[in-house]
Design a protein around this ligand. Sequence first.
Ligand SMILES: O=P(O)(O)OC[C@H]1O[C@](O)(COP(=O)(O)O)[C@@H](O)[C@@H]1O
Ligand SMILES: [Mg+2]
Ligand SMILES: [Mg+2]
Length: 336
Amino acid sequence: MSQKKNFTLGEFIIENQSAFPYSTGELSKLINAIRLAAKVVNHEVNKAGLVDIIGEIGETNIQGEEQKKLDVFANEKFIQALINREIVCGIASEEAEDFISINSNDERNQNKYIVLIDPLDGSSNIDVNVSVGTIFSVYRRITPVGTPVTLKDFLQPGKNQVAAGYIVYGTSTMLVYTTGHGVNGFTLNPAIGTFYLSHPEMQFPETGNIYTVNEGNYIHFHQGVKDYIKYCQKEEEDRPYTSRYIGSLVSDFHRNMIKGGIYMYPKSSITEEGKLRLLYECNPMAFIAEQANGLAISGGSRILDVVPTELHQRIPFFSGSRKMVEKLKEFLDRYE
Ligand SMILES: O=P(O)(O)OC[C@H]1O[C@](O)(COP(=O)(O)O)[C@@H](O)[C@@H]1O
Ligand SMILES: [Mg+2]
Ligand SMILES: [Mg+2]
């Protein structure tokens, strides 16, 4: 598979499609639609503070969270880009209670892909000019083409994903994704609106010295997590590690994938299932982590093996450099 640096994303998609002789080009069109919507949202994010895109919209979403104007804007742009290109038969989003079926009961509609999306990740950082992101996950439907998509199509274990990725709107805007053949990162050249292959074959370093967790919740964490945080802070061997927490999953995960580190959003006495959503936050990041030689667990089990039961279910999430996640698991297992 070609990883020529400074390849544009468009060239990379075409070049790598030819690696799959039976490919219909649908997945390429889908990634292209996401690329387009990412540029539109990036443009709006960069104007935050200048245009009326900061603050709440005055509605709450299914999670009971105040919806930010940019949450709603990003949701519309990604859904529109996918619907207008007639390449998916169903979409589920953090910002919508139910999934959307797209003419899926029209037998002429031969589309086989569904998309799950967190249109704007790190919403609490929008108004304070800290990097935010978008997360997406793609599956083949399991119900027959030409029949209505059902909840079953969305409640697939993460290991069934055919593609997953994220966009980080930070000091530069990057699109990072996998189709199960490694992870590649593309940086947007804003002057010409083109994504270039800047980070070929991204890999988590085997270990690192960054731990990422909202320590404000420390007293509510279970003993295994508390012990691991103490282990990270202990003056011993290559420790203490350094603590970094942006509060945007995409940005925290991205930094740790480049530098080596572990991200933790544990369950606690106040959030029994943790905070992050399995289907459009944890599964796509877990697919990327594993494709980049990292690990992603939710306590005992591998995130990608978890069989979902609800569209917006939450799950404890631990992901990052292999050796650090394995060490954390040792601490968690002591109390399981
Ligand atoms: O403020 P907390 O509790 O530490 O939570 C931060 C986490 O919540 C999130 O903002 C949840 O995602 P959304 O912003 O998409 O709802 C993650 O990006 C982030 O890692
Ligand atoms: Mg999110
Ligand atoms: Mg979100």
